[in-house]
Design a protein around this ligand. Structure first.
Ligand code: ADP
Ligand code: MG
Length: 332
């Protein structure tokens, strides 16, 4: 087995297969705040090259629509519009907002796209993480709630119905971008593709047989379990991936909108689903919900499977998977 892509928590291993296609193209570029690797297989080299370009084109379009790291994105315009004012955001943003609201409802608010005021309050946007005082936390919590995000799909517009509200699609937009990129690659003539957008994976169509490896959260060079990666997306979320430190304590970038605090602990959740958007959002939701409620949520959603790496108090961790997942444990 030859490692094709190495990620923090998910690794794609590809078996050297007899591959009939004549065109293969692969590029690694930095997009949406993260490295992205796109591989295309096509009957000809020109189509493979074109498919890879088409994927990156989608990534930059989604970034210009949904990034909250830039002021000129459509989402940043919505966030700046003030309470109660409709903003024309277009059908793509409307669709993702509606999907985000659906996951928010299904997860009892564990996943919530209106979490941005909390993300800012804790200092995750300016890099200076500090524990906020109770009064500020209480005030900011009043502007967090997916119910106050109103979406008019027909009209291609949205509005925030509460003062101080702001939307963050950081837990779902990469998944959406992968789904759209795969569609664009097919349109450009790719018969197969493998995409890795900052640990969110998507494999489609014909290509060398691929396996997603769940890596050891404590030693990402160790693959501890594998699952076949065929026409599926896999997303991993965990606090240890991205965190900031304040006064010797680690604070991860996933917040619990129900408490207003960063989710404690080092749980890592990988979700597999046909739709990358769903895998992405559910992985984030799973980290917030924890093992029991997270597993129950994913079990309930047809076609979605999950693996939870639950740290043991004495060190190490247990792998717990949903019932429909064929997980092969290795190196343990
Ligand atoms: P990554 O972006 O590292 O792949 P996730 O998909 O788990 O990780 O998304 C985490 C991002 O989602 C955070 O950086 C933040 O922007 C946003 N976020 C944090 N907490 C929540 C939450 N409870 N619900 C929805 N989005 C969240
Ligand atoms: Mg996510």
């Amino acid at each position: 087995m030859r490692p094709l892509l190495v990620l923090l928590t998910c690794t794609v291993l590809s078996a050297p297969a007899a591959w009939a296609e004549t065109g293969t193209a692969e590029q690694v570029r930095y997009v949406m705040g993260t490295p992205a690797t796109v591989t295309a297989w096509a009957p000809g080299q020109a189509e493979a090259d074109g498919a890879v370009e088409a994927a990156y084109h989608v990534f930059s379009r989604v970034d210009s629509l949904m990034s909250t790291w830039r002021d000129d994105s459509v989402l940043s315009r919505l966030n700046a519009a003030g309470a109660g004012n409709w903003v024309t955001v277009g059908s793509e943003v409307c669709e993702v907002l509606l999907e985000a609201k659906a996951v928010a409802g299904a997860s009892g608010g564990a996943f919530d796209p209106t979490v941005l005021p909390l993300v800012r309050l804790w200092g995750f946007r300016d890099g200076a993480v500090a524990v906020p005082d109770t009064a500020s936390l209480t005030t900011v919590m009043e502007s967090v709630g997916h119910r106050w995000l109103e979406v008019d799909l027909q009209g291609g517009r949205a509005r925030l119905n509460r003062a101080g509200m702001a939307v963050d699609l950081g837990g779902i937009a990469k998944g959406y971008a992968l789904d759209q990129a795969a569609a664009a690659m097919r349109k450009a003539g790719a018969e197969g593709g493998m995409l890795d957008l900052g640990g969110n994976l998507l494999a489609f169509g014909q290509g060398p047989a691929a396996t997603a490896g769940i890596v050891d959260p404590e030693d990402p060079s160790l693959v501890v379990a594998t699952v076949p990666l065929v026409d599926v997306s896999a997303a991993t979320s965990g606090q240890y991936e991205r965190f900031l430190t304040s006064e010797g304590r680690k604070y991860g970038h996933i917040l619990d909108p129900r408490t207003g605090h960063p989710v404690p602990g080092d749980l890592s959740v990988t979700v597999l689903a046909a739709e990358a958007l769903l895998a992405d959002a559910l992985a984030t939701a799973g980290v917030v919900l924890g093992l029991e409620a997270g597993l129950a949520l994913i079990e309930d959603i047809p076609g979605a499977e999950g693996v939870f790496a639950v740290p043991r108090p004495e060190g190490g961790y247990d792998l717990v998977a949903t019932s429909g997942l064929a997980l092969t444990e290795t190196n343990r």
